[in-house]
Ligand binder design. Structure first.
Ligand SMILES: Cc1ncc(C[n+]2csc(CCOP(=O)(O)OP(=O)(O)O)c2C)c(N)n1
Length: 494
């Protein structure tokens, strides 16, 4: 019997017995796998978030209650449960479903997303608007641990802790961004590190206790109190609690029954403070090839369901622009020790992973933080370091002010390499790199280059590092045109 067949809106989902919800998840996963096997897409994140999405839609009353997805690449199950299951196989196709939430696609898509770390701010806006109108509807935002590396998330948390409205933030923590997540906050979230510390302190306390009891001092109760506060000190909860949030978790994000209980409690919550629900999920959950290779499963090309292997593509006649950039960067860095590579959580997409293999100590993955990457690079440049900031054209939009204020006005030689300039295809409007020429040309002191082919790209990489001022090289997604590649890099006249 198919459960999903009869679900045309979240109302239908609510008719299903709780114990059967895992079966619904399983069916949704099969639909997602099938859709991605045809069109490609964000497979791993969507499979990982499916149980969470089923629990959220089971409890809350969408679309009156509101649900917002940070990035939104993980929301395929949300699309399946909100009347779009039969169109999932059109995902990312012309006239098909968008790969991200989109307001004009469905009343259940509260807010359009795709660029990371906007979710908390948007949800806080929606929640505040509801309160201004005297409405008590719930507003839930789901943000990944990757999305939490972006500074905008903290601007949202900061105001939410201040406004004290009962916004529900669900942290979907799978330890991954596209690649392994990086940064101090990520380590803080990783319970392993904190529990080691906690265990050590607990052991020391136990030793102390045995010494004290030998002397017959009845100190058991105060010491138990210290033990409890130690536990909270070493849990990731303290971070959010100090920002004015209540912290619940961490919960198993694949245990639907528990999540339903947690969300039921929060649904009628009259507390005047925001809450963070921490759930631990596994990227690619339920599909072995995706579980085994979560990095590759983040964004997949059409594949064979049985093996998980990509379907054979037409053999490329020329190297990709990404690869040509990476090889040229490596060549330049072999000659010039001052060159470093910077990526904002896109090491494989930008080719910085190849640079990292050669120069691990000269590579910086700053997290999903393009704005920070730009100012960090400007700081490096003041000390004579030559930063190569490899960022997709669409994501550099976020760094518009730092490019002007921190880089260009100080005429600092920061070198931007904009992959995915121009149209990008399947990811759609939010990802097209079509604004960079307009938003960069108006900025003083910038040299902007666009190669006509892959050979010219490699020379432009060298040329960039010879300029004592900011430079940008923009190049498209995909493969070059197949021209002869010069062995030696040369300087081009500006
Ligand atoms: C501003 C911005 N930079 C880069 C990206 C590319 N990107 C898409 S998803 C993703 C990782 C998101 O990690 P997380 O939020 O933890 O979600 P997960 O895929 O692990 O579920 C990145 C870096 C983006 N969407 N937005």
């Amino acid at each position: 019997m198919s459960f999903l067949h009869g679900i045309n809106s979240p109302k239908d989902l609510k008719q299903i017995r709780r114990v059967d919800l895992p079966k619904v998840s399983k069916e949704i996963r099969s639909t997602i796998i099938e859709a991605c096997s045809l069109n490609g897409g964000h497979l791993g994140a969507s499979l990982g978030a499916t149980d969470l999405i089923v629990a959220l839609h089971y409890v809350f009353n969408m679309p009156q209650d509101k649900m917002i997805w940070d990035v939104g690449h993980q929301a395929y199950a949300h699309k399946a449960l909100t009347g779009r299951k039969d169109r999932l196989n059109t995902l990312r196709k012309t006239n098909g479903l968008s790969g991200f939430p989109k307001r004009d696609e469905s009343p259940y898509d509260t807010f359009g997303t795709a660029h990371a770390s906007t979710g908390i701010s948007a949800a806080l806006g929606v929640k505040t608007a509801k309160s201004l109108k005297g409405k008590k509807d719930n507003v839930v935002v789901v943000v990944g641990d990757g999305g939490l590396t972006g500074g905008l998330s903290y601007e949202g948390l900061n105001q939410a802790g201040h406004l004290k409205d009962n916004l529900i933030v669900v942290l979907n923590d799978n330890g991954m961004s596209i690649a392994q997540n990086v940064g101090a906050i990520t380590q803080f979230l990783t319970k392993r590190a904190s529990s080691e510390l906690y265990e050590k302190s607990r052991q020391e306390l136990k030793n102390l206790l045995s010494v004290i009891s030998e002397h017959g001092v009845p100190l058991l109760r105060p010491i138990e109190k210290i033990r409890k506060s130690l536990k909270s000190l070493f849990s990731s909860g303290i971070f959010f609690e100090s920002l004015g949030f209540r912290y619940l978790g961490p919960f198993d994000g694949h245990d639907i029954e528990t999540m339903v209980d947690v969300f039921e409690n929060l649904k009628h919550d009259e507390n005047r403070s925001p809450v963070l629900v921490h759930v631990i999920t596994q990227k690619g959950k339920g599909y072995a090839p995706a579980e085994n290779d979560p990095l590759a499963s983040h964004g997949v090309k059409p594949f064979d369901i049985e093996t998980g292997k990509s379907l054979p593509q037409k053999k490329a006649q020329a190297p990709s622009y990404t690869n040509v950039f990476a090889q040229a960067l490596i060549k330049c860095a072999q000659e010039d020790q001052s060159i470093v590579g910077i990526t904002a959580a896109m090491s494989s997409g930008t080719g910085i992973d190849l640079f990292q293999k050669e120069f691990p100590n000269r590579t910086f993955d700053v997290g999903i933080a393009e704005q920070h990457a730009t100012v960090f690079a400007a700081g490096l440049a003041t000390e004579g370091i030559k930063p190569a900031c490899a960022i997709y054209s669409t994501f550099l939009q976020r760094a518009f002010d730092p490019i002007i204020h921190d880089v260009a006005l100080q005429n600092l030689p920061v070198h931007f390499f904009l992959d995915r300039s121009g149209f990008v295809g399947d990811d759609g409007a939010t990802h097209h790199g079509v604004f960079d020429v307009s938003y960069l040309r108006c900025i003083p002191n910038m040299v902007i280059m666009a190669p006509k082919d892959e050979n010219e790209l490699q020379h432009m990489v060298k040329t960039s590092f010879e300029q004592n001022q900011p430079t940008v090289v923009r190049y498209p997604r995909g493969n070059g045109v197949g021209v002869h590649m010069d062995e030696t890099l040369k300087s081009l006249p500006i």
